[in-house]
Ligand binder design. Structure first.
Ligand SMILES: Nc1ncnc2c1ncn2[C@@H]1O[C@H](COP(=O)(O)OP(=O)(O)OP(=O)(O)O)[C@@H](O)[C@H]1O
Ligand SMILES: [Mg+2]
Length: 271
């Protein structure tokens, strides 16, 4: 199971849009997907129209079992939604011991999925630290403008810091340029700068399209709302790109596990 947080402390850079459409696209490709919303804004539920008895607050604070909080959206797509009450959860968690790894402990028994995607809030607070320390991978959507680029550098630094402080192996597997306007010179310039600084990590850009603003009103993913649009084409390209990383990620994991075993047996010696 690949556990991926979709993260950026900058607001409005298409984290939720990317989580929904990456999740829906992976599900259409036959992958079993669970989306976790840890943003008190609760945008996943707004965009997809989910109703459930229990949600992320119940999971984190009321000791609900993860299965009780699941909402089925399709054959391959499940969701655990959140709402405003999650703000309260963050305050309550602050008083807990090992509060940064709370999500990891609560979700220890989750199984049966190929992909677990976490839609993160625009902050660097406790909920996002929990997401980073639960996930194996991070996907960072970033807007292709000056402020977006600055935000991207900050979130990369923050992930590297958390990785070091907590000695947690998380990889940034993709940077996804979003809100890309081909007619805009600055968008093209910033995209080139991002590609140069983060060589090999940057996916094809997601172009700007009004379909993304319309789809939530219909409570559909872009594939359900406008399957023939360029917006759907762009996200399907990302879906295929993420799937094609599967082998690479597995190989890396195996190498790391081997190195870890050797390190345990003979400290100081790596393969
Ligand atoms: N490629 C795009 N073209 C046009 N509009 C887009 C595109 N991607 C996202 N949007 C729109 O931009 C707005 C912000 O997107 P979204 O909610 O996904 O961002 P976010 O990073 O999750 O925001 P927040 O930080 O508040 O959680 C939404 O109205 C969404 O429909
Ligand atoms: Mg969001």
């Amino acid at each position: 199971m690949r556990k991926i947080c979709i993260i950026n402390q900058k607001g409005g850079v298409a984290k939720t849009t990317t989580t929904i459409n990456l999740g829906a696209g992976l599900a259409r490709k036959g992958k079993k997907v669970l989306i976790l919303d840890i943003d008190p804004q609760g945008s996943i539920a707004t965009c997809l129209g989910t109703e459930s008895y229990k949600d992320m607050y119940d999971l984190l604070v009321e000791n609900a079992d993860w299965q009780e909080c699941i909402m089925q959206m399709g054959a391959n797509l499940d969701i655990i939604k959140s709402k405003e009450s999650l703000t309260k959860a963050e305050t309550i968690l602050t008083a807990e011991p090992s509060r940064e790894t709370y999500l990891r402990r609560k979700l220890k028994t989750v199984k049966g999925y190929d992909y677990l995607l976490i839609d993160c809030p625009p902050s660097l607070g406790l909920l996002n630290q929990n997401a980073i320390l639960y996930a194996d991978e991070a996907i960072i959507p970033t807007s292709t403008d000056v402020l977006g680029y600055e935000g991207l550098k900050k979130i990369v630094k923050a992930i590297v810091k958390i990785r070091e402080v907590f000695d947690h192996e998380i990889k940034i597997t993709k940077i996804v340029p979003t809100l890309f306007d081909m007619r805009n010179k600055i968008c093209k310039e910033i995209l080139e700068e991002i590609k140069t600084e983060f060589t090999g990590m940057v996916s094809e850009p997601i172009r700007i399209s009004s379909k993304f603003k319309e789809a939530p009103r219909a409570q559909k993913s872009i594939f359900g709302y406008a399957p023939k649009s360029r917006a759907a084409t762009d996200y399907m390209t990302l879906v295929e790109d993420v799937i094609s990383d599967e082998e690479k990620v597995e190989a890396l994991k195996e190498r790391e596990q081997k190195a870890f075993r050797v390190e345990k047996i003979a400290p100081g010696i790596h393969e």
